[in-house]
Design a protein around this ligand. Structure first.
Ligand code: GLC
Length: 528
């Protein structure tokens, strides 16, 4: 079993995590200071969002230089020391690798846009008209009308799948491919353990297709994997491929593409099952999920730095989700919902815990998002997805202990409202309270580590029980666990399946049937 099969991942925005030099921006010095916390929490691998120089019009996913870190995070030495400090603790770290596009402020594009003769012209995709590749959807539907943008200086259009200030790289140009492999090598040389590879499906364009998941894209990923296997054995490639399970499967290849892919279709269905008190959609999506190569693993998640995407549901399901979880239209964004976990759950501790229990017991390695472990809130008045990227809340002191800079100098205002603000929601007070959300989630994470069947055990549903409960067995040769979840806001008593002899992990009760509180959950581990 590779390390990532059973790892707990934790995604963090360094800018939002801890400010070490009190300039109002989180940085590597601050992050180093908080590694004790992450280790205490039970995190095995950090995913650090882009830290490269950037005009920050897409929060760092618009890169203007691939070979350094933005000075707001510190010097290169700070980065190196931080990687070392993470590794010294036995933790792992993956960086974002943004393959698909650059910022329009990247020197390649600045040069390319000037003249058709630029030696970088072919690094990007150009056309005389905006009509090519007409079958390709627009992803950021709230801000972009087309995947083409006009470049005045040369009178041609350039291709972009995301913001128009993020021109797509031209993977038909072998030089682009080589550049991107070199960028990967550059960061791997610092000892990072892998990459979360951003926006993978869109690398190539072909007329008459939707320009997603093309065979050419798979060929390039195979090249990337071959390079890392040969030159940096053991490196993890984790794909951001927001597609249906059948289109995800090829990204594992024959164990020659990614070792991990985020399971995008599962995520919204966890929320849907809870909203409807009906497990059906979760079971269906797992039944539709093909089995993956032996060395592969799914990455599962509840929330991340983006909107809660509803691309992988039907239009009816999307409308249901929007109506249920984002009554305020401002919470809707593109095909999703820009809210954090705790507010999505109306700050209902029972439902926040229940979703974590599902995340930790269903197949896949869990990826947590910073701040959700303490139930942080969001700020709808901030632009784009920035409302879910506010400063981490460490203490009840000024700026939530994130920074000692004057509040107006912070990169974003901390959350200060009575329900979710740092005075009531912060790490320090929750660490001190054994029954806090933080301590509860921490206990679950630590328990999970020792239950090997949760890493790669089989999954068997208990479908004879009422639809409002989501119960299943996980089993491998060393362990067997029965996970029980009550999705409804009403108590229920369910019979335990024949032959259950259990050590109940979170209660002392053991009966032939089990009563569950509204939104209650149990992990029953079979004694070996
Ligand atoms: C990925 C990132 C998202 C970004 C987009 C374009 O989907 O997760 O934050 O906006 O790529 O770079």
């Amino acid at each position: 079993m590779a390390w990532y099969h059973n790892a707990i991942f934790y995604e963090l925005y360094p800018r939002a995590f801890m400010d070490g030099n009190n300039d109002g921006y989180g940085d590597f010095v601050g992050l180093r200071d908080k590694l004790d916390y992450l280790q205490w929490l039970g995190v095995d691998c950090l995913w650090i969002t882009p830290v490269f120089p950037s005009p920050l019009r897409d929060d760092g996913y618009d890169i203007s230089s691939f070979y350094s870190i933005d000075k707001m995070y510190g010097m290169m030495e700070d980065f190196i020391l931080t990687i070392k400090a993470i590794k010294d603790r036995g933790m792992k770290v993956v960086l974002d690798l943004v393959l698909n596009h650059t910022s329009d402020q990247h020197p390649w594009f600045m040069d390319a846009r000037k003249s058709k003769d630029s030696s970088f012209r072919d690094y990007y995709v150009w056309s005389d008209t905006p009509d090519k590749y007409a079958d390709t959807r627009v992803i950021f539907v709230d801000t972009e009308e087309s995947n083409w943008a006009y470049a005045e200086m040369t009178g041609q259009y350039y291709w972009h799948r995301f913001y128009s200030h993020q021109p797509d790289l031209n993977y038909d140009n072998p030089k682009v491919q080589e550049e991107m492999l070199n960028i990967a090598r550059f960061w791997l040389n610092f000892g990072v353990d892998g990459f979360r590879v951003d926006a993978v499906p869109y690398l190539f364009e072909r007329e008459g297709t939707n320009c997603e998941n093309l065979p050419e894209t798979h060929d390039f990923i195979k090249k990337l994997r071959k390079m890392v296997d040969e030159e940096y054995p053991g490196i993890l490639l984790l794909a951001e491929v927001n597609q249906w399970a059948k289109d995800l499967l090829p990204y594992f290849g024959d164990d020659d593409e990614f070792q991990m892919c985020f399971h995008f279709p599962v995520m919204p269905r966890l929320y849907m099952a809870l909203a409807k008190a009906d497990r059906t959609s979760v079971i269906e999506i797992f039944k539709d999920t093909p089995s993956i190569p032996k060395n592969a693993q799914w990455a599962t998640f509840l929330r991340n730095h983006d909107e809660l995407t509803l691309e992988m549901v039907t239009p009816e399901e999307r409308n249901f989700m929007w109506d249920f979880y984002s009554k305020d239209m401002r919470q809707r964004m593109n095909l999703g919902i820009r809210r954090r976990l705790a507010p999505l759950m109306n700050n209902d501790r029972r439902r926040i815990e229940l979703l974590h229990s599902l995340l930790l017991t269903l197949p896949g390695a869990p990826v947590l998002y910073y701040g959700d472990e303490i139930g942080m809130g969001d700020n709808i008045s901030l632009f784009d997805r920035n409302g879910v990227r506010t400063p981490m809340q460490w203490t009840s002191a000024e700026n939530g202990g994130f920074s000692r800079a004057p509040v107006e100098n912070l990169y974003a205002p901390p959350i200060m409202d009575p329900d979710y603000g740092f005075s009531s929601v912060n790490v320090e007070s929750q660490q001190a309270d054994p029954s806090s959300l933080l301590n509860t989630i921490r206990n679950m994470l630590h328990k999970r580590k020792n239950i090997t069947c949760l890493a790669e055990g089989t999954l068997t549903w208990l479908e004879e029980l009422p639809v409002s409960v989501l119960c299943f067995w996980r089993e491998d040769k060393n362990s067997k666990l029965l996970a029980l979840h009550n999705l409804a806001d009403a108590p229920i008593t369910v019979p335990l399946p024949a032959g259950t002899f259990g050590n109940v992990l979170n209660t002392d009760t053991y009966l032939g049937e089990i009563s569950m509180q509204p939104y209650g959950y149990y992990w029953l581990k079979l004694q070996n």
